[in-house]
Ligand binder design. Sequence first.
Ligand code: ZN
Length: 68
Amino acid sequence: MPAYIVNKNAQTNGDHEVHKNGCAYMPDIANRLPLGVHASCGPAVTKAKRTFPSADGCAYCCPTCNKS
Ligand SMILES: [Zn+2]
């Protein structure tokens, strides 16, 4: 199962993007908050929302979790 991270910095639209480890669009290491290993992006985004309520899946590596 892949590891996921969430960007500590919000995008211009206010979302904190969740990425699968290895995504080309992952933020700088200093801006990554580890979410642990998950079977899919769903539980990873749920965990990210505990820290960032506006968390959302990356359109490239987590398209099924991208709402915006
Ligand atoms: Zn991504």
